[in-house]
Ligand binder design. Structure first.
Ligand code: SF4
Ligand code: SF4
Length: 432
């Protein structure tokens, strides 16, 4: 037997959190027990643990902290990643109805394309493609349609509604489960849309705030004199009162973490049941350089939990089991003009495109297969204790770092431990 390469130990409140990133198990150990494991590891004599403390040995074995000597642990991760990224049950189609937006946020205003809109011809190709996938995709059981953009609700009547109607009927005809979701700024939602969302099985919307009202309105506005916070808050309430799930994404910076509790107070008039329909998602703005905001974020999450919002399952932080949609073969992003992509976090330029939409199929260029084989080629990852939950980053990162040794956590052991610690703490928060 040997000690798994995927174990991490973290000193915590006088004890040690011991974590295995492949089995995702945690043990809370007294320092003496941790010393015993460390000594056994250094002396390469795992059996000595059994001789001294049989119960500990059994627990380590049962939870994957000790594995048979011949186990190829990297191969186990490869198999796992391959299974997840090549799953056949679900097809995820993301559509950008437009690259235009009704807001003028400083960080993405430049990329707006005025007048961009899915044409009737492209819309027909998209519905043909949906039909093709639902009819011919091996093993398919579920179809997911997501709207992204630009602001997808800008052309609701002309593009979104007909696409929802078509997909809903096609999924029903093919006896497939269907989920529809939106990433939207939430400003244009109205009662008629909500009625449609209920009818066509919209399972969730992601709506972002850039801080409390004062700060959000400075960033996300229709015009200099007209912010958007109050309208969005009311629209979220309308949705959750109709039992539609919301992911409330908070794009945080050092500056806007102060006063963030005001957001919770904006939802004071929701019942406890309604509040549960809101799931908090905290995302650090990429321009923010302060690496020490973790405690404030955990503090806010605790307050939001007490207030009644849901927080994501701690294990969603597992970037292998919950790999990005773009890492998966059965996924595509169709832009308003019929250009096809995988990753929606990079510019939708001709250079980045990975395919084009034809009459009823996608013609992929070689970039797509390069992406599909990009992950798990980075040497430092093969010796990393959190590889089974980090995966060496997403396919886009693997592509962009190709040929160089990299670490998405800057080779910082403390940062890696923080990932494990946050999982442990969120897990405890959920079980509290
Ligand atoms: S950058 Fe990575 S995680 Fe983000 S959408 Fe692209 S592939 Fe997915
Ligand atoms: S990217 Fe860094 S943290 Fe992630 S698996 Fe590789 S070495 Fe580990």
């Amino acid at each position: 037997m040997k000690i798994s390469k995927f174990n991490t130990s973290i000193h915590y409140n006088g004890k040690f959190i011991y974590h295995n990133s492949l089995t995702e198990k945690f043990l809370l150990l007294d320092p003496l027990l941790m010393d015993l494991i460390t000594a056994a590891k250094n002396e390469d004599s795992v059996n000595s643990i059994e001789e001294i403390h049989e119960e500990l040995y059994k627990s380590l074995l049962m939870n994957g902290f000790i594995v048979p000597k011949e186990t190829d642990e990297i191969q186990s991760v490869r198999v796992l990643m391959d299974k997840i990224d090549n799953q056949e049950e679900t097809y995820h189609l993301m559509v950008n109805p437009t690259m235009n937006c009704n807001f003028k946020c400083w960080y993405c205003y430049e990329t707006h394309i005025k007048g961009s809109k899915t044409s009737p011809g492209t819309l027909e190709k998209i519905t043909n493609y949906i039909d093709n996938i639902m009819s011919n995709q091996k093993g398919i059981k579920q179809f997911v349609l997501s709207f992204f953009g630009g602001e997808p609700l800008l052309y609701y009547q002309d593009v979104v509604l007909p696409l929802m109607q078509y997909t809903y009927k096609a999924a029903d005809d093919h006896k497939l489960a269907l989920g529809i979701s939106f990433t939207t700024n939430g400003f244009l939602i109205n009662e008629e849309m909500v009625a449609d969302f209920l009818k066509y099985n919209v399972t969730g919307l992601q709506i972002s705030f850039d801080g409390n009202k004062e700060l959000h309105d400075q960033t996300r506005f229709v015009s200099k004199s007209r912010g958007s916070y109050d309208v969005i808050v009311e629209n979220i309430k309308l949705l959750v009162r109709n039992h539609i799930r919301i992911t409330l994404r908070i794009n945080y910076t050092e500056q806007n973490l102060i006063g963030l509790e005001d957001i919770l107070h904006s939802f004071n008039d929701l019942s406890a049941t309604e509040r549960k329909y809101i799931t908090l998602s905290m995302n650090k703005v990429w321009q923010e350089n302060n690496e020490n905001l973790g405690d404030q974020v955990i503090d806010f999450k605790e307050k939001a939990t007490i207030f009644g919002f849901s927080i994501p399952d701690a294990f969603e932080g597992n970037r292998v089991k919950n790999s990005c949609y773009a890492d998966k073969r059965n996924q595509s992003v169709i832009n308003y003009n019929g250009d096809v992509y995988k990753c929606n976090a990079r510019d939708f330029t001709k250079e980045n495109r990975e395919g084009v939409l034809l009459e009823n199929e996608i013609s992929w260029n070689p970039k797509m297969e390069e992406r599909m084989s990009a992950k798990l080629n980075n040497k430092p990852c093969l010796d990393c204790s959190i590889l089974p939950i980090c995966g060496g980053g997403c396919s886009q990162q693997a592509l962009e770092y190709r040929g160089k040794d990299y670490c998405v956590n800057n080779f910082d052991e403390n940062k890696k431990k923080d990932i494990v610690l946050n999982m442990f703490l969120s897990n405890n928060l959920m079980n509290a």
